[in-house]
Design a protein around this ligand. Structure first.
Ligand code: C2E
Ligand code: MG
Ligand code: MG
Length: 684
């Protein structure tokens, strides 16, 4: 070996000689700016060890050794400055396993590595065939992202790849030639031994969870797979593949992100809101500063969501989030509180500044939004509470902003309101109302009113709509428009819906037993109820339980319940098979395609009251209502007009051949006693 490169190292003369004559093999390698590795110095011991290899420095190692060295040196740079490992080197059809240490001598400009070898006596001699196979698998093992051990039948580790050292935190020489069991936690040992036994008898085995000791002393959860190496029917060694089940640092960042951000919009979430607000309040308290909490809720978002479908709803929310993000700066941060509700925390803004901030938001949101090339208009309502004026603690401030929002919604929407003390009394927070609603059934606060549906041609009344009423001791009479959404959001609608169905069936049974003329009752079904898999079964059970005629019961479904074609069709067919009557409520307010009318077995269409309202003045509304009536008739369906309040409306509907109408013009929804008295008792 030509050692003319030696002066490059600028070695002290004596040290140079010492190195040359050292019985331990020494090799220096250099990595240049192009990342090319080359051998630049080899001492006598190393040269004589490799005496049968090429004399060219670049070809000093075979590609097999270069491969291993690349992996080792790469991990050296990232991890630490010295690494102990082993190399498999083939010389003259023999494989030598030698322990090596590699270290960085100089890391400026060109990197200089030192490499020493030890355990050169510990040599495995392999036959030629095995050697070839080893070569092939070696690079696979070295580059594997899982830890791989070669374990012999005594349980001693004969080989580990670099990843094993990294994951478990050991220098490779601390693992090599050690019993593998010493790293296994005592409670996992029994299972581990079973796995080993099975593997040595020739079958692969795995352990889903095993505790392995990390170099730092703690245990990490790992998945283990043991694969026997079959040598002419005998298993003397096996590969043990180990996968770390704990969370990587990267995953931890990811988890942090997920925990504090809203998945849909990427904004901070409710959890972040609470934590940030808590910090901001402490800070404001120390500085005698001010904080404004601004809750923004989209008006009638539910309608858009349900009529256009959740994908468009999501799209809309993302667009709204983008617009609101324009207002984020050093003193204002934005959060998505829930569905269609966003919150701003504003720091140190005067009341005037806060008001103009809210006005700007309202005007930004009032610009049209495009979804699928269609123009939509969205408005929002805003409720604001101020620290320290309205309260000192986080929950109190959030609730007060919510109460202000509630008032804004109640008083016409699309504007902002500050919290005022009297709101406390008249507008309770939703959480409180929800907890009262939970006990409404057992406290017998719910009742049903019935609204007659009038046959326009004959004036006869032989059907009614059941409408739920809630009279609470604290809140008094609460409108279904207010508590039904609450029941839907909290899931209580299932229980409440069941209760309504039960009451209605009981009522029908009572009338049947009395021998009254056959009448029908329509029940409102919430989308959540309709989407239950066993909804039709529930209906059948009720019909059987009260032995009522199936077509005396009508289910009113809204278009928003029919989002999935297949499921909807299957459910409607089941209901039709039972024999109940099916109607579409609030028809015309959804944006869904009309083609479903042809496909689904629907009996009745109920025209939404918004088309009936002012139809005598508004030509457009009259035209829409008339068209819906004609369309329904051409498909063989019956039509009921809702919200009829004036006789002119009755006349228009009659001339369009609308079969039935319901509304204050004929009767408001009334308690069952009134129905019994006015419509049932006198008739046989
Ligand atoms: P809906 O099913 O469209 O019911 C018709 C609503 O219009 C009822 O309001 C009714 O009182 C009202 N109404 C009837 N005639 C007139 C009229 O001439 N003029 C005006 N302005 N309104 C009229 P209500 O009872 O407040 O119910 C509101 C909504 O709450 C219902 O709309 C329905 O969607 C829901 N709802 C009521 N009861 C139940 C129930 O038991 N279950 C479910 N899931 N929802 C229900
Ligand atoms: Mg209805
Ligand atoms: Mg309706």
């Amino acid at each position: 070996m030509d050692n003319s490169v030696k002066p490059k190292l600028i070695m002290n003369h004596y040290i140079g000689d010492l190195m040359d004559e050292n019985p331990l093999p020494f090799i220096f390698l250099e990595r240049d700016k192009e990342n090319i590795l080359s051998v630049i110095y080899v001492n006598h011991a190393a040269a004589s060890f490799f005496e049968n290899t090429s004399q060219e420095p670049q070809h000093f190692f075979s590609t097999e050794v270069w491969d291993q060295l690349h992996v080792l040196l790469n991990s050296l740079e990232v991890e630490k400055h010295t690494l102990h490992s082993s190399l498999l080197i083939s010389l003259q059809n023999q494989v030598f396993s030698i322990g090596i240490s590699v270290f960085i001598l100089q890391s400026k400009a060109n990197i200089l590595y030192g490499l020493t070898m030890h355990n050169t006596k510990n040599i495995i001699v392999e036959n030629h065939a095995l050697l070839e196979i080893k070569e092939k698998y070696l690079s696979l093992l070295n580059h594997n992202t899982d830890s791989v051990f070669l374990v012999d039948e005594r349980g001693m580790i004969q080989y580990t790849n670099v990843v094993a050292g990294k994951i478990l935190g050991y220098d490779l020489d601390k693992l090599l030639h050690q019993p593998i069991e010493q790293f296994i936690e005592s409670n996992s040992l029994g299972n581990f031994q079973l796995m080993t036994k099975q593997t040595l008898s020739g079958y692969p085995a795995e352990l889903q969870k095993c505790l392995f000791q990390h170099a730092n002393g703690h245990y990490i959860y790992v998945y283990l797979k043991a694969i026997p190496i079959n040598d002419q029917g005998n298993v003397k060694e096996f590969h043990l593949v180990l996968r770390d089940l704990t969370i990587s640092a990267n995953d931890k960042d990811q988890l942090y992100y997920l925990a504090y951000h809203d998945h849909l919009t990427g904004l901070w979430n409710r959890r972040a809101l609470k934590e940030h607000l808590r910090d901001n309040l402490i800070d404001a308290n120390n500085r005698k500063g001010q904080i404004a909490i601004m809750r923004i809720d989209l008006d009638r978002f539910k309608l858009i969501n349900e009529s256009l479908g959740y994908n468009y709803g999501d799209d809309l929310l993302k667009k709204i989030a983008d617009r609101l993000s324009l207002f984020i700066n050093k003193s204002s941060n934005l959060y998505r509180q829930s569905g269609d509700e966003f919150v701003f925390i504003l720091k140190d803004k005067t009341r005037e500044e806060t008001s103009s901030f809210a006005e700007n938001i309202l005007s930004e949101l009032s610009k049209p939004i495009y979804l699928d090339h269609q123009e939509y208009f969205v408005t929002a309502s805003i409720g604001i509470s101020m620290y320290p004026l309205d309260g000192k603690n986080l929950d109190e401030l959030l609730i007060k902003a919510d109460q202000a929002l509630f008032v804004a919604k109640d008083r016409g929407r699309a504007h902002f309101r500050y919290f005022q003390e009297q709101m406390n009394l008249s507008f309770p927070n939703e959480a409180l109302m929800e907890s009262h609603l939970r006990r409404a059934i057992e406290k017998e606060e719910l009742s049903i009113h019935y609204q007659p549906q009038v046959n326009l041609a004959t004036g006869e009344i032989n059907s009614f709509e059941a409408l739920l009423r809630w009279n609470n001791r604290k809140f008094g009479y609460v409108s279904p428009m207010q508590f039904i959404p609450l029941a839907e959001e909290s899931g209580m609608i299932m229980q409440i819906g069941d209760w309504v169905l039960e009451e209605v069936c009981k009522q029908l049974e009572y009338w049947q037993e009395k021998g009254y003329r056959p009448v029908r009752i329509a029940v409102n079904i919430s989308p959540k109820q309709f989407k239950q898999e066993n909804f039709a079964i529930k209906i059948r059970e009720k019909i059987d339980k009260y032995a009522i005629t199936p077509n005396s019961l009508e289910v009113e479904i809204t278009e928003s319940a029919m989002t999935d074609m297949q499921d909807t069709f299957a459910m409607l067919k089941e209901l039709k098979d039972i024999g109940v009557v099916i109607s579409i409520d609030d028809f015309g307010t959804g944006y869904s395609s009309l083609s479903y009318l042809k496909k689904y077995p629907i009996d009745i269409i109920k025209i939404d009251q918004s088309f009936i309202k002012d139809m005598e003045l508004d030509v457009k509304n009259a035209a829409i209502a008339t068209t819906i009536i004609q369309l329904a008739h051409s498909l063989g369906m019956e039509v009921i007009a809702e919200g009829v309040e004036k006789d002119q409306q009755v006349e228009i509907l009659k001339s369009a051949n609308c079969q039935k109408a319901q509304g204050y013009f004929f009767s408001r929804p009334v308690p069952i006693d009134d129905i019994n008295q006015s419509y049932m008792t006198n008739q046989p």
